[in-house]
Design a protein around this ligand. Structure first.
Ligand SMILES: *Cc1c(COP(=O)(O)O)cnc(C)c1O
Length: 500
């Protein structure tokens, strides 16, 4: 298996090279040159446990890794003690449609990002051994809240790596901020950006592709890598759980092998839902992808019109990990749907950068609509959904998961497709967003997140994950903030490479 860039089809790189490098030099994203068809393997795979299934899938994509290397990555990342048993959990709902939740947040930082970021450091360490010539990897990360903490937890004290996380000053929940600010480890740094997530992501992308920055790092014996979902090593682990969920539904008798399911995903950077799309492209029977957005509905509008237009107001919502106007991974989908035409893709991305919008045209729009349903809901509907789900199902969901639940409801109402079993990705613990989840159930006046956690526990009889409740006693280590054009200088200073 070799990899190309969405903006340069002439590249043919090994998996270890694309994981070590993160993003292609001309700004494109790495994609597999073709996806393996596994339709013949579904029967055998349906019997595997999570770790075995992950090994099977990874071995198709990481063809320059040895089987022993892949096995060791999987064993370390998905050890039962890290995830409280099986890595993911399926939670059937009994009312309102044929749906179940796929809980992806039982890892160390209580968000689905752990599924990828617990294993990426192991992939990266091996990739660097193969390609890095002994250089140290600087993991530069822009976060809308959850990636940052998951990257910090995954890479903490991993030899040969250094992690720098940028987050939007007013764009993450108090608990997300505290999780990052209290991070332990000798190789980590956390800094706020005076802007929103798109500003943070753009600053990081600029640094990655800046020749002067790359030269400075090389001189210091380092290289940049990425823990964002622009890194192929982030997407690959996410393919596994869609297969796994499907097989679980087969085991329970909800589906017979070969029958289709739908997938609904609360979406920000389009990484999680793209992994589901790749699973389908490999032969997993999926009928429709429900792409759920909050008030930042740029993807909903794109799916409905074929025009991607980021020129709009940015909303800070109660589902902050989806507050994004430039969804990076859409580029990978469009590359595939436009017949792997890197010239066209480079053109659209240039238009987006220069003018703020692009139009994919009739043919690609139809291809998108054939597979994707786009929907959105605002904060009020999110809160209503949390309350209603609690009332009717006795289930407490977080603000992001609630967005997907509401979009699923809209989808069934609009299309009448209530019969297809639907897996709804549940992406975070409700206790990560305790104030807003509690606020959906009763009026909240208190600003202390730990008091809100205690009240939520008392009100619902559920229990906060120890990883979150325990933060109360940890000292704050990081309080830096920089302007968005100062991010590069902050990185150089942090790496002792002087001001540029
Ligand atoms: C990151 C995140 C999302 C969005 O996932 P993408 O892969 O960026 O689309 C949704 N929910 C939560 C809780 C997240 O942390």
């Amino acid at each position: 298996m070799r990899y190309k860039s969405t903006r340069n089809s002439n590249l043919r790189l090994e998996a270890s090279q694309v994981i070590a490098q993160g993003i292609s030099r001309e700004g494109g994203l790495f994609v597999p040159e073709s996806l393996p068809n596994v339709a013949e393997k579904l029967v055998a795979w349906s019997q595997l446990g999570y770790q075995e299934l992950a090994q099977e899938i990874f071995s198709l994509f990481l063809t320059d890794f040895t089987p022993a290397e892949i096995e060791s990555c999987v064993k370390k990342a998905y050890a039962p003690e890290k995830f409280g048993g099986e890595a993911v959990k399926l939670r059937p709902f009994t009312k309102n449609g044929n749906r179940c939740l796929l809980e992806l947040w039982h890892g160390p930082t209580c968000a689905f990002k752990d599924m990828a970021l617990q294993i990426l450091p192991h992939f990266l360490t091996i990739s660097l051994e193969k390609t890095g010539k002994g250089r140290k990897a600087v993991i530069l990360t822009a976060t809308s809240g959850d990636t940052g903490k998951a990257a910090l937890a995954g890479f903490k004290d991993v030899p040969g790596t250094q992690v720098i996380v940028f987050y939007p000053q007013n764009g993450v929940s108090p608990m997300q901020k505290r999780q990052m600010a209290t991070q332990a480890g000798g190789n980590v740094a956390v800094c706020a950006i005076d802007g929103n997530f798109d500003d943070a992501q753009a600053a990081v992308k600029r640094i990655f592709t800046d020749p002067a920055m790359n030269a400075a790092l090389e001189k210091g014996g380092m290289l940049f890598s990425s823990a964002n979902s622009i890194n192929w090593g982030r997407l690959l682990p996410q393919i596994v759980y869609y297969f796994y969920a499907y097989f679980r539904l087969c085991k329970e008798g909800t589906l017979s092998l070969g029958e289709p399911m739908n997938v609904a995903v609360p979406t920000g950077n389009f990484g999680n839902i793209l992994a589901a799309y790749y699973a389908k492209s490999m032969g997993l029977p999926i009928r429709k992808f429900l792409c759920a957005s909050n008030a930042n509905r740029v993807l909903t509008d794109f799916i409905r019109t074929g025009v991607y237009d980021r020129r709009r107001e940015f909303f800070a919502t109660i589902s902050p990990s989806m507050d994004i106007l430039v969804s990076s991974n859409l580029e990978r989908l469009l590359y595939g749907l436009s017949g792997q035409d890197s010239g066209t893709l480079a053109g659209w991305m240039e238009e987006l950068a220069q003018n703020g919008w692009y139009d994919v045209g009739e043919e690609v729009r139809q291809k998108v609509q054939a597979q994707f349903y786009g929907g959105f809901c605002d904060d009020a509907a999110t809160a209503r959904t949390i309350a209603e789900t609690w009332r009717t199902e006795g289930y407490l969901c977080d603000t992001h998961t609630a967005v997907a639940l509401d979009v699923y409801r809209q989808y069934v109402e609009e299309t009448g497709d209530g019969g297809t079993p639907t897996v709804i990705a549940s992406t975070a613990s409700p206790y990560k967003f305790a104030a807003d989840v509690l606020g959906a159930l009763e009026p909240v006046s208190c600003v202390d997140e730990f008091q809100n956690i205690a009240r939520l526990e008392e009100l619902t009889g559920t229990q906060a994950p120890a990883q979150l409740a325990g933060l109360k006693d940890k000292p704050i280590r990081f309080q830096d903030m920089v302007a968005k054009d100062q991010a590069a200088a902050y990185v150089l200073a942090g790496l002792n490479l002087g001001g540029a």
